[in-house]
Design a protein around this ligand. Structure first.
Ligand code: NAP
Length: 318
């Protein structure tokens, strides 16, 4: 009587095995753990990290290997690199690739793309497939759902064989099935766009965090957006932020543009304040002049500008 059930479950297991991947995550920190919770729904997960996360991994249902040799001897179909941008090169130089199967798929999820792409092409054996990706969300922004969140990928090197193409598609399917907005673009294009959006977002989040934004009983919608921005970026490590700056060649230009924009806004504000001050000094002769003048002086005293130099006053007055 139990036969039909056994047969069904046998078929189900075979189906799961044929559609599931054995995925090894290297770097089981903040982002590695976050990804693994979703990967686990359809795939078998293994992990390795500098820190020993054995208990935590065990709790999640991930097999943890303290030694990368042991991990690679399990012959995963896919190896996902989720380590800090800064440690990538040193790590790649130490990994025992010879223990993996010859046609393993290597994936990275780093927030910069040209850098890992070039390192993969330099250090990985030529038989390995390479998929560079950037899930453009994290434990905060993707806490409840990944639906509609952008996932950028570049199939840098995928062999022609059907099995290799399918394996890569199966991996991409994880994000597609979660409803991510799938964006295929080159690593170079990604870095250009990301410097103007992601790096600027992180910078503003960090500036506002240092500034010390606090919630108040009369928060406006705009202010709530700023508070959310700080919340979204403050969980990320400084290593991550520094990596965005160091390893995206467009980041420095964006930082300088931000600096210039801030200076320009300040100039607009203080420039207008000077005009008011001058008008009151030379153009307005009603009895309120003294009062307004002292108000302008007070405001100028609080800002970074001092009173206009005497030369200017003379020129304007002549
Ligand atoms: P992270 O600070 O960028 O990286 C932490 C991870 O790197 C940990 O697994 C850590 O291992 C490992 N690591 C750091 N230094 C190492 C070293 N010298 N040798 C070996 N491993 C080292 O923070 P993260 O948020 O977990 O990000 C991981 C990767 O995902 C980064 O490349 C990041 O750009 C990318 N990413 C992050 C997000 C996000 O929202 N957080 C989103 C998209 C992509 P241990 O924990 O074992 O020390």
């Amino acid at each position: 009587a139990a036969q039909p059930f056994d047969y069904e479950s046998h078929l189900k297991n075979r189906y799961i095995q044929s559609t599931s991947l054995k995925i090894a995550i290297i770097g089981f920190g903040n982002f590695g753990q976050f990804l693994s919770k979703t990967f686990l729904r359809h795939h078998t997960l293994l992990a390795h990290s500098r820190t020993n996360y054995a208990d935590l991994a065990n709790h999640l249902g991930v097999s943890f290997y303290a030694d990368p040799h042991d991990l690679f001897e399990q012959h995963p179909d896919v190896v996902v690199l989720s380590t800090s941008i800064l440690s990538t090169e040193t790590l790649l130089q130490k990994l025992p690739f010879q223990r993996l199967r010859r046609n393993t798929l290597f994936v990275d999820v780093l927030s910069v793309k040209e850098f890992p792409r070039n390192l993969f092409l330099k250090y990985l054996p030529p038989d390995f497939d390479i998929l560079c990706t950037h899930p453009m969300f994290g434990p905060e922004s993707g806490k409840t759902s990944w639906a509609g969140l952008p996932f950028v990928y570049d199939k840098v090197r995928i062999g022609d064989e059907e099995s290799r193409i399918k394996r890569c598609d199966k991996f991409l399917d994880i994000f597609e099935k979660e409803g991510c907005r799938m964006v295929e673009m080159s690593c170079m294009e990604h870095d250009k766009y990301a410097a103007g959006s992601q790096f600027v977002t992180h910078t503003m989040g960090r500036v506002l965090e240092k500034f010390g934004l606090e919630s108040s009983p009369i928060n406006t919608k705009g202010y709530e957006t700023l508070l959310n921005l700080v919340e979204n970026t403050k969980g990320d490590s400084f290593d991550l932020y520094y990596g965005l700056f160091m390893y995206n060649q467009n980041a420095l230009e964006q930082l300088e543009r931000l600096d210039m924009a801030f200076e320009s806004i300040k100039k607009d504000l203080f420039g207008r304040l000077h005009q008011v001050y001058r008008k009151q000094l030379f153009g307005d002769n009603n009895g309120e002049v003294e009062k307004k003048r002292s108000l302008a002086q007070q405001l100028l005293g609080n800002g970074s500008l001092t009173e206009p130099p005497l030369d200017n006053v003379r020129q304007d007055g002549s």
